[in-house]
Every structure is written in C-alpha cells, then in structure tokens.
Design a binder for this molecule. Structure first.
Ligand code: GLA
Length: 499
C-alpha cells in the first residue's frame, strides 16, 4: 500500500515536472544558412496546463498557433493556422530542464534541431509602419510594349540558385535558340540577397559574389538581367526586403545594371493592409523612375486588391493575377482558364501575369505543356521560362521556341484572349490580332481524345480566310462550315485565321 502511494506520488511529481517549468515566454530561434544569411524566428507562447497558444513570427509572416500541446516528457507539438483556418505547418520541439529545442523545418530535407533563447516580450513583432505616400500617377516607363520574354530562376531552383546557374542560363538561352526566339530577360528570383552594410546598402550573399560582374556578363550576350525584392522588411524566403530603403535599393540595382524588378508583397502584409498596396507599389515605381535607368517593373501580390485597375498608375508593366503556379496540370489549368474576367486590363506596356512557365520541369506531358504555351500566348502573358535551359530536350525547346505561337503572344495589339465557349471539358478561346486576324485555341481538358469544332459565326469570321495550324505549322484548307480538329486528351489545337 505504502509503495503504491509512493509510486503514485512519484508519477504525479514527474508528470508535473514535465511541464511545470512554464514554457510561457517569447523564444528566439536563430538559423544560419550556408549563403551567410541568418533566419530568425520567434515563438511567442503561453502555456496553460498541457495546452499551448501563441504565435510563430518569422521575419516574413506571423502565424497563430491553432493548437499546441506539451506532454509529460516535454514533447511539444505546435500546429499553425493555415489558409482558410485549416491546420497549417506543424512544428515539433522538446522542452526539458527549462531548455527549448525546436526542430526547424528544413528545405525539403530533414529538420534542424536548434536551441531557442528567451527574448524580451515584443521582440520579433512587426516593425513600425512607415505611412505610405499620397497617391499620384507615375508616368509609364515606355517598356514592355509586348509581354516580357525571358527566364526566371524560381520554378526550377527556388532558394538554391547561384551566380553560376545564372551564367549557365545566359549561355544556354543563346545556344538553345531561345534568345533568337525572343527570350531576353534572365531574372534572378528570391535568395540572392545578403544583409545591409553600415550605410544601409543592400549587399549580395555568398551565392552571388559579384552582381555587377554578372550583369556585365549577361549584357555581353545581348541579354538583360532581372532581380527580385519585396516592399516588406523581408522577402517570402526570409531574405532582406526593401522596406524603408526603396530609393537606396533602386539606386544600387541601377548601378549594378539591373533591367527588371519583380517586387513581391510577402512580409509587407506584416505592416500594411491590401488597401495600402497601390501607394506602397507607387513608392518603388517612383524610385525606379528616379534612377533614370529603364527597369521593367513586375508587381507580385497574387492578384489582390484588383491590381489590374491601378497597376499602370504605378508604372507597373505586369502584375501577377494569382497565387504560385506549380508544375501540374491541375495548377496550370486552374490558373490559365481562370483569366477571362480581367482580359480588358491587359495591353501594350501593362500585362496580366498568370505566373511563370513550368514547361520542361517534368510534371506534365508535352501535350499539357503545349496547352500551357498556347494558353499563355493567347492570354498575352509574359513568357518567362522556368526550367533548366542547360539540359532542356529538343521537344521542350520546340514548344518554347515555336515562332508562330510566340507571334501570337507578342502580337502588337496586345489584346488578351477571352473564352468563346465551354462545353463540358472542352473550351474555345479567341484572341484578336493586330492584322485583323484571329488566333483560336481549341482546348480539350478531358480524359479522351475528342473532335472539336469552331464555327466561324461564333468567332465573328465571315467570308473566306486563310487558316494556319500553329503547332503542325501547316496551312489548313478553308471550310465554310468551320474548323474541326481531333484534339488529344489534355491537348490543344491552335490556329491563326487571317484574310
Ligand atoms: C512568392 C512568389 C514566387 C517566388 C517566391 C520567392 O511565393 O509568388 O513567385 O518569387 O515568393 O520566395
């Protein structure tokens, strides 16, 4: 009896000890990355028995702990609130003898266990809000009269991109025939950034030791160099953003010889509301203009706040209309076939951007990639290849460089295609061209090969016309009844009809 009583007491004490030392507090985790940057995350937690509430704050975002627990062994599991209140990221930790060791998720690899330190209350919270400027119109910069064409590092390389990759891509864009087809911008996306120096100037990290030298190299090939930043304090990948340094950064980029900026909202949401986006983007539009260097201005805020209505007012040349594309049929078609409503906002100098190409990244069939290329061209979308051009196959290069399809994308009138009809999983889209002709896409989103017909009356075509099949690159005999094609599953027939 005695021993049972003692045993129960011992269990109670151990269990209590497991979480008696209170986890409540603001915990700081510092992670060093091989490129020389430091990533800081704060866990602002409150413990109540075995329950934990609070926030995870990185430099790029604040996330609420949706559910958190600690068990008698000090094992901590935190589930962050994800999109639409769904359970999001899960973080595990150990809290033993007053020490918190957090397993920080790795990029694709295993997590890294790091000791957290106690930080003062409030540290790691959102920075003070710099009031955005009053609105005015930033004059058009005269660029991107047709949708920009080039390459961007993110879809293939994400945070792994290096200066060597970029150089290799500049070489490959020339040797593969992509440059001759019109692709000229070599755009470095997120993760080139280092810290700021003593004067607040942005520096590059170890992966990009000499940005000016890289720009010179890219320019020597007759190409142009693009870069990436955020109006927030940090980028989406947690690197240094341009918050409070807009003019200074624009000057630095211009001095390096940068020709294109993708400006990604990311952590600006820690400071600003969607209503502020117009003014916040205007700040950079003005800063770029002040440099006197022609720099294409690409807005990336995922199509929020009706950006197509004010994008041109900040001298934006293109604006993302959606969240991030992935290399899947579902993602690509969900984005591409949803661009109908905003067609009227595209035009020379300012384009809707349904995100960069995934062609050649391996997640879709060649027929599906032809749908991707056809749809983006009909939509007058920027054509930014997102694959590794050094290893691209002939089939993939043929899709990316088809001159007759590119001519549709680059048509001088700059109209964006709209949907003519949808019948089950079959859709017909049409784009008006500068020469009075029309480009028509017959898309089969279904699982079976299908005959599809476009009747001339449905696309306002009367009288005899020339028809060109743009993928077969052959002329098609005129038929007054319309045009019929056998379209593969997840495939397209793309024609140009002209007088
Ligand atoms: C966001 C953008 C992507 C890419 C990443 C980089 O997710 O939408 O296109 O730029 O950030 O971190």
């Amino acid at each position: 009896m005695k021993s049972i009583a003692f045993f129960s007491f011992a269990v109670l004490v151990t269990a209590a000890c497991g979480y008696a030392a209170d986890l409540t507090g603001n915990w700081h985790v510092k992670q060093e990355s091989p490129d020389g940057n430091v990533r800081e995350t704060y866990f602002d937690l409150k413990q109540d028995g075995t329950n934990i509430t609070g926030f995870m704050r990185s430099a790029s975002f604040d996330r609420k702990v949706q559910s958190g627990t600690i068990d008698a062994d000090g094992k901590v599991v935190l589930t962050m609130q994800g999109q639409n209140n769904r359970p999001g990221q899960r973080i595990q930790a150990k809290f033993v003898n007053g020490e918190l060791r957090v397993t920080m998720p790795g990029r694709g690899g295993p997590g890294q266990e790091i000791s957290a330190t106690r930080a003062p209350e409030g540290e790691g919270g959102p920075p003070a809000r710099i009031p955005p400027p009053a609105l005015h119109k930033v004059p058009y910069n005269g660029l991107a009269k047709t949708p920009p064409m080039g390459w961007n590092s993110w879809n293939k390389f994400a945070g792994r991109v290096t200066a060597e990759d970029v150089k290799g891509m500049a070489d490959a864009i020339v040797s593969s025939g992509m440059k001759a087809a019109g692709y000229v911008y070599i755009n470095i996306d997120d993760t080139w950034e280092g810290m700021r120096d003593a004067n607040g100037n942005i520096t590059t990290n170890k992966k990009f030791p000499d940005m000016k030298g890289l720009a010179d190299y890219v320019h020597s090939k007759g190409l142009k160099l693009g870069i990436y930043s955020s109006p927030g304090p940090k980028t989406c990948a947690g690197y240094e953003g341009s918050y409070g340094h807009e003019e200074q950064d624009a000057k630095t980029w211009a001095a390096w010889g940068i020709d294109y900026l993708k400006y990604d909202w990311c952590s600006a949401s820690r400071v600003y509301k969607d209503e502020d986006m117009h003014a916040v983007y205007q700040l950079m539009g003005d800063a770029l203009r002040k440099t006197g260097r022609p720099i294409v201005f690409s807005l990336c805020q995922y199509g929020r706040a009706d950006v197509w209505k004010w994008g041109p007012e900040v001298s934006g040349n293109l604006w993302r209309t959606t969240g991030d594309i992935r290399d899947t049929w579902e993602s690509m078609t969900k984005i591409g076939f949803d661009q109908d409503k905003i067609a009227e906002f595209a035009g020379p100098g300012h384009w809707n951007d349904p995100d960069m190409l995934e062609i050649g990244n391996g997640g879709m069939t060649n027929d599906e990639y032809k749908v991707h290329m056809s749809l983006w061209s009909l939509l007058s979308s920027p054509l930014l290849a997102g694959n590794d051009l050094r290893t691209a196959t002939k089939d993939i290069l043929d899709i990316l460089t088809n001159p007759e399809v590119i001519r549709i994308d680059q048509d001088a009138a700059g109209h964006q295609a709209t949907r003519v009809s949808v019948t089950g999983d079959k859709e017909i889209w049409m784009k008006r061209l500068a020469d009075g002709g029309k480009a028509i896409g017959l898309f089969n989103r279904g699982g079976q090969i299908a005959d599809m017909t476009v009747k001339w009356a449905d696309v306002q075509i009367t009288g005899n016309h020339k028809i060109r099949d743009l993928w077969a690159r052959t002329d098609v005999k005129w038929d007054a009844a319309g045009y019929t094609a056998s379209v593969p599953s997840h495939g397209v027939a793309l024609i140009r009809v002209s007088k």
